[in-house]
Design a protein around this ligand. Sequence first.
Ligand code: EPZ
Length: 423
Amino acid sequence: MDSIVVTGNGPLNGQIEIAGAKNACLTLMPATLLTEEPLTLTNAPRLSDIRTMTVLLQSLGAEVSALQDGKVLAMSSHDIHNHTAEYDIVRKMRASILVLGPMLARDGHAIVSLPGGCAIGARPVDLHLKALEALGAELELKDGYVHAKAPGGRLVGGTIDFPFVSVGATENALLAAVLAKGTTVINNAAREPEIVDLVECLRKMGAQIEGEGRSTITVQGVDRLNGATHPVVADRIELGTYMLAPAICGGEVELLGGSMDLIGAFVEKLEATGVSVEATPNGVLVSRKNGRVQAVDVTTEPFPGFPTDLQAQMMALLCTAEGTSVLEEKIFENRFMHAPELMRMGAQIDVSGGTAKVTGVEKLKGAPVMATDLRASVSLILAGLAAEGETRVSRVYHLDRGYEKVVRKLSGVGAQIERVKEG
Ligand code: EPZ
């Protein structure tokens, strides 16, 4: 397993290119199952999760070719000969559950392994299943698999009332409803930019959808969908992550290809710490003069609130803020695993349930730390950028799931960082 070694090296200056969004690409890819015509995604990120989704779609019979060094995914599903998503692929990546809705919509039957939990929480899929039942699906859970059938071979439009916001369940509902017979109304739908991106792609394919980005989405089912070419939206979580690098180290960095409206609440919080953020023609410019940032309180919420996927990274900044910050994690039940690792670096964090109280210290000290999940791993790297001495982050395979070329992007703005092979 590789490690990443970071040594605190003063302010950062330069530009970082933001890639396409992992969480948009993972819901756009299964849309290939909805048509026999080619669906091509451009601006795709080069990540292990994308490769996992590729293997899953290929196991069903879809053709997926990664062109231009993986930036273009040319897909076509004219011959889906297998309707079972196997456990050994699904267990690696929860987003695999997103093939359930489109397979059911396309051929009226599917068998998909339940994904199981992950480090940050149990992460059940009950809302996904309830949504599909609202569209007429008959589901049976057997041996860890969901066996799904649409009576008469076709789903029927219906009303889906989500008791709370779920990004994935909203995506599965959309991927199913577009080919259902009749109208579907999704209430309490997720409003994330990745949902908007999925709808824009489905609309290019001929789907009739209204309301994306708001809490109620209406879908008029159609009989068939065409192929399309669609650019994956910029990754707002990668954007926010790298905005924190100059915030933590000082200096001035321009993030190319990202836009602030994708992370409104995060920008407000970052500015409240005293960091300056401004839109430029090519992206976002973040700068911090010398002096410490100020403590702020953060509560994670569904979009447009503060993204849970930036909570760990924000904590890394607040570890050296002036004052005490309170972070409330409201989306997942176990998403503070980066806290004990940051404490090994001298951070003062008191975690109790879904609340973490961070008392800022002048400087962190480099130390060997362990990545536990995707966003925790990058939070430790960010902390190491400004810590005194060397920080060695092990188990960086977590990082490869969601961040492409981290070492190159950060060393390009002056960070002292390298990837080392270990064991
Ligand atoms: C998506 O996960 C993202 N993943 C997550 O990003 C992100 O943290 C999350 O949305 C919230 O924004 C992808 O898009 C691939 P949810 P998802 O359904 O869809 C509970 C990352 O780091 N829930 O919005 O799984 C669930 O346990 C990843 O890139 C149910 O109880 O999230 C959680 O507590 C991490 N039943 C809450 O709802 C369900 O059927 C929100 O989950 C579904 C979810």
